[in-house]
Design a protein around this ligand. Structure first.
Ligand SMILES: NC(=O)C1=CN([C@@H]2O[C@H](COP(=O)(O)OP(=O)(O)OC[C@H]3O[C@@H](n4cnc5c(N)ncnc54)[C@H](OP(=O)(O)O)[C@@H]3O)[C@@H](O)[C@H]2O)C=CC1
Ligand SMILES: O=C(O)CCC(=O)C(=O)O
Length: 348
């Protein structure tokens, strides 16, 4: 679900959802409404109008929208409220990313970023390393980026950047997560505000390329096609060891080739950022059982799922003669699951 821009990520999402092994289908949708600069009331009215038509097409067993670019718990709340108003039904499983007080799952906001960091760590471990002490370059400052930064810090890495469509911040002391969350989640401000308030360790670079900042690992977490061939060449020159995609298709195909040819461990989004949709499925599980799990329980399950996705990709790549190539592993493993199900169900 994406209120900001229309995108078509159908196959990417179908393979991703298949890789979670949670029995969920896949799809993507959106609108061309730009929420930037709109008041809460305008966003609410847009969400209500959108759901007035959308409610005919969705359902717990049909198609389940969730958050994505420009859609967080505020928008899901407005959408869910309108769904209830129209249908007169409380159906938790019809939308995910709900707030924890009314049917949402703990750790869903964190899940995509946390999952991607776990995937990056798993790739590094294959090479006898981990995230401890590594400098990390992160793009974005929305839902995925914020919780990527949180998990990186928890695992001993030093995330030194964040960005938005106006520019990027580099903070040599490491991003101050509380300040970033205050600006982005509470004030809905810009990363330039972060640099102004953080003091001497941080500087704001308007425009520019966040990938110019040297780092051991890079986690693109903003938007499509944000890491091109020139950026990939810069990362390689600066000695990057792993790139793991929190965003959907942030790395251009040519940049992916360049990184892989240079021996960089590359985690494609359809595997690396699957933690978000996985916890959405866990949210539906909780809704169906009329229960809510503790944060630890969800996080343990997320870690198990990410480990499983990593090994599935690694083992599949090896089986097809492409050891260490997570792109090949994820594409073949995702395709196999979908194709096997289609053949078994007689769908041509
Ligand atoms: N939320 C989730 O659970 C999941 C999200 N994803 C993917 O992760 C990515 C980020 O999503 P999410 O964090 O939820 O979205 P948010 O809307 O919360 O944040 C998006 C971030 O990307 C920045 N951004 C947007 N366009 C550009 C641009 N052209 N150049 C630089 N920065 C830009 C935004 O800045 P600005 O405010 O200036 O627009 C903002 O900081 C997307 O690709 C999404 O599809 C993938 C799996 C799950
Ligand atoms: O939570 C979901 O169902 C979808 C998350 C998402 O936007 C994605 O996987 O691209």
């Amino acid at each position: 679900m994406n209120l900001g821009i229309i995108k078509f990520l159908g196959f990417e999402q179908i393979f991703k959802n298949a890789l979670t092994g949670l029995g969920i289908g896949g799809g993507k949708g959106g609108s061309d409404f730009d929420p930037q600069g709109r008041s809460d009331a305008e966003v609410m009215r847009f969400c209500q109008s959108f759901m007035t038509e959308l409610h005919r097409h969705i359902g717990e067993y049909t198609d389940v929208p969730a958050g994505d670019i420009g859609v967080g718990s505020r928008e899901i709340g407005y959408l869910f409220g309108q769904y209830r108003r129209i249908t007169n039904r409380w159906e938790g499983g019809v939308l995910t990313g709900k707030s924890a007080g009314w049917g949402g799952s703990l750790i869903r906001p964190e899940a995509t970023g946390y999952g991607n960091v776990l995937f990056a760590e798993a790739m590094l471990r294959e090479r006898g390393e981990d995230l401890e002490g590594q400098t990390a370059v992160v793009s974005g400052s929305g839902n995925v980026a914020i919780y990527t930064i949180q998990k990186l810090t928890a695992l001993g890495a030093n995330p030194v950047t964040c960005s938005d469509s106006g520019g990027y911040v580099v903070d040599e002391k490491g991003i101050d997560l509380e300040l970033l969350r205050q600006i982005k989640e509470v004030e809905r401000g810009r990363v330039s505000d972060y640099a102004e308030r953080r003091g001497a360790s941080a500087r704001y670079v308007p425009g520019g390329r966040v990938w110019d900042v040297p780092g051991d690992v890079a986690l693109p977490s903003a938007t499509q096609n944000e890491l091109n061939t020139a950026d990939a060449a810069t990362l390689v020159r600066n000695g990057v060891k792993a790139v793991s995609e929190g965003a959907n298709m942030p790395t251009t195909p040519e940049a992916v080739d360049l990184l892989q040819q240079a021996g960089v461990a590359f985690g494609p989004g359809k595997a690396a950022n699957a933690g978000g949709v996985a916890v959405s499925a866990l949210e539906m599980t909780q809704n169906a059982a009329r229960t809510s799990w503790k944060a630890d329980q969800v996080e343990d399950e997320l870690a198990r799922i990410m480990t499983d996705i990593h090994s599935t990709c690694a083992e599949t790549a090896e089986r097809y003669g492409a050891a260490g190539d997570y792109v090949t592993g994820a594409n073949i493993a995702g395709f196999e699951r979908v194709a096997d199900a289609m053949l078994a169900q007689g769908v041509i």
